[in-house]
Design a protein around this ligand. Sequence first.
Ligand SMILES: [Zn+2]
Length: 502
Amino acid sequence: MAKTDKPAQKPQKPLPVKAPAKVEKGKDNHGLGVTAKKAEDMPEWYAQTVLKAEMAEYSNVKGCMIIRPYGYSVWENIQAYFNSRIKALGVKNAYFPLFIPEVFFKKEASHAAGFKPEVAWIANTMESGERLAVRPTSEAMICDSFSRWIRSHRDLPMRLNQWCNVVRWETEATKLFLRSREFLWQEGHCAYATREEAEKETLLMLAEYATLCEGLLALPVIMGKKTPKETFAGAVYSTTIESFMPDGKALQCGTSHYLGENFAKSFEIKYMGKDEQEHYAHTTSWGISTRLIGAMVMMHGDDKGLVLPPRIAPTQAVIVPIILGDPEKILARAKQVASQLKDMDIVLDDRDEYTPGWKYSDWEMRGVPVRIEIGPKDVEKDQVVLVRRDTGEKQFVKTAEIKKALEKLLEDIQQNLYKRAKAFMDAHVTITPDWNNLLTAISNKRMAKAQWCGEHACEEEIKAKTEGVSSRCIPFDQPKITGNCVHCNKKAKVWVLFGRAY
Ligand SMILES: [Zn+2]
């Protein structure tokens, strides 16, 4: 396969899922791509899409996934974007050990209790005989370092980020990108002198996550605060961005926690203030993971496979020459078009062992946003055909104008995917004052927004008597309180979004 330059972000030469049948353009390519229908069997559709598009696969190690180059390049694009954002804000990257001594882990009691069921311990111990946990998150490890590195108000704020893997010993079935025992993420950890600064940072990072989801992945989200029961173990409060998937489940896309002085007190993170008194630091932590890739696949994909938003797609467009008549002439034109687009992420698929129709299906399955077709008639008319992956619409463009037209089309696709997803989410929120209506809405694959009392006992009861219904968040966007709690009928304090979640 000929490629334009910038090979670093290109997928490997695609291997066919099955031996390619010689299928002609316009004929049904049955058996080649995704066979499950998204609307009929979402889990099967999702698994086939991720596997056949070569994003990831199951590992021999139960609960773990193999992220293949195509899937990993999406993660690299997320990393590149987010690194540039946080570095501009003054956050520095660092790396801490995978193993956490038990004594560290136990220091913040509610944190330790919250993570206890999912911590993996290794068989080897420290020389002291102490057990080592495989990190499920690194507050304990990083706070220990903070306690040594922070002495004076001049050392603050300290703002670090780590890109790494974490392990949470899930017992439920593995879902590639969405649920696995090991996954990749970034975890930011900051220490501040004051509560105000730390709370500001908590919200700033949540807003960054929302911008990433909506701007890069075309994934609309609802920003809010977690209810007490859903709060991160050890945090004063947690903020979250929640998205809504086509199968009717909410998906938490990122969280940002204000940890108050909880960890600072457990780990002795103290600084000498300008007032020459010792104070505890206020810490925050925030994270997003490879699960975002799963959310994006589920949200935008269709029965042909992946649909990737152009800003995150490893390949923005594929040129497929239709070799009929004079192959030299068509290939020469295809190469000319590729060179006109050389500063974009373009692949020229000039493999001669596959028919154009087979290639169309293959690239559609991989979600490449635009296909550029060049056949004998197009060469004659000095034009190319642009085909959008999101709508299937075709447009004819003069060869000289290809770059401008393609850039505009990619932007249109990006906007269209976001708008489509946003309209879908907005159309699936039921606002109700009635508990039974709420349950009906959720069992009809919707989310429900209702007024709630905010009481711990009420939340416990809801969790206990419903199967899998939980509060997703207390949205920041709060309408006026006008009634009583949807569940216990006590005086309502906040509006809460309820739903089933991944
Ligand atoms: Zn209540």
